[in-house]
Design a protein around this ligand. Structure first.
Ligand code: NAP
Length: 301
């Protein structure tokens, strides 16, 4: 029996574990993919306080992990498939086994939204990718495209500009959601060519992807774009199918109060999986710290 099981080992989960570990709670973190979550595969992070010249996502998350480890958190790489909220405690069923805890903190975050166009599934891993820092190196010297107009898409385009021969940034509007600082850097980069007011109609190829068919949203005119890779970066969707029916949600994201308490006693949520406006490492860390302290108080009571 653990005092607390934290589902998800990203910035929110690792921050919560630092707090529960320091409160001497027996803590288990369950992570299905990468310790550090999306932040661990981010390139340069320039807006996390304490690093005036920025820090690589992988390095920052490794520091988080070491700090959680220092305070005794156990980490297991297992995927959660179901939660049983019984009177004796909370039972967490994973692909590998079952664990019991007195309280849970759900920090499974969010994953990349799919584009849902013809060819996306067919060419997944053969041109189509959701992560430039993971797959960008395969496209050294080739033209690629990024789709999206948020911070992630602009950052991915800037990252790929150092690798690819040419980067097209395809966005369905003229205005960007990304920060003015990032947009300015992108506009000044000669290797990046924005394709604005454009959507992707389909992805074409043979054994691998070879081109995109774009459509101008104003004129409906179609254009073929020869690229070897497409990086889909069009926002996030909540990650954690097991939460359905367990706690109250809104658009797939978990509703909590200011204390990170969900609709079920003893189940807390923190970070990107929470229904909220801002999804940043800094806000995930704040959520995680709050959840860690709230769980400590809950278990004392
Ligand atoms: P986002 O801010 O939600 O932006 C998604 C973009 O994709 C929007 O420009 C949107 O277009 C476009 N889009 C959505 N659905 C589309 C579709 N079906 N077809 C074509 N385009 C589509 O998502 P994000 O960039 O992944 O960022 C998510 C969060 O992480 C944000 O809060 C962001 O600030 C944060 N983040 C922070 C950093 C950092 O370094 N601090 C880095 C990356 C991300 P519209 O604009 O027309 O809606």
């Amino acid at each position: 029996m653990y005092d607390v099981i934290i589902l998800g080992g990203g910035p929110a989960g690792l921050s919560a574990a630092i707090y529960t570990g320091r409160a001497w709670l027996k803590t288990l973190i369950l992570e299905s993919a990468v310790v550090g979550g999306n932040a661990a595969i981010a390139d340069q992070i320039d807006n996390y306080p304490g690093f005036p010249f920025g820090i690589l996502g992988g390095e920052l998350m490794e520091n988080f992990r070491k700090q959680a480890d220092r305070f005794g958190a156990e980490i297991r790489m297992e995927e959660v498939v179901h939660i049983d909220n019984s009177l004796e405690g909370k039972k967490v069923i994973t692909t590998e086994g079952e664990y019991m805890a007195r309280a849970l903190i759900i920090t499974t975050g969010a994953r990349r939204r799919e584009l849902d166009v013809q060819g996306e599934q067919e060419f997944l891993g053969r041109g189509v990718s959701y992560c430039a820092t993971c797959d960008g190196a395969f496209f050294r010297g080739y033209p690629v495209a990024v789709v999206g107009g948020g911070e992630s898409a602009v950052k991915e385009a800037l990252y790929l500009a150092d690798i690819a021969s040419q980067v097209y940034l395809i966005h369905r509007r003229k205005e960007f959601r990304a920060s003015p600082d990032s947009v300015d850097k992108m506009m000044k980069n000669k290797k990046i060519q924005p394709k604005l007011n454009s959507v992707i109609k389909r992805i074409e190829g043979d054994t691998v992807m070879r081109s995109l068919v774009l459509q101008d949203v104003k004129s409906d005119a179609e254009e073929a774009l020869e690229v070897e890779g497409l990086f889909v970066s069009i926002g996030l969707v909540a990650a954690g199918g097991f939460i359905e029916g367990l706690v109250d949600t809104e658009g797939g994201y978990i509703i909590t109060d200011d204390n990170m308490q969900t609709s079920v006693a003893g189940i807390f949520a923190a970070g990107d999986i929470r229904a909220k406006r801002t999804r940043q490492i800094a806000t995930a860390v704040g959520d995680g710290a709050q959840a860690g302290m709230a769980v400590t108080e809950y278990l004392k009571e």
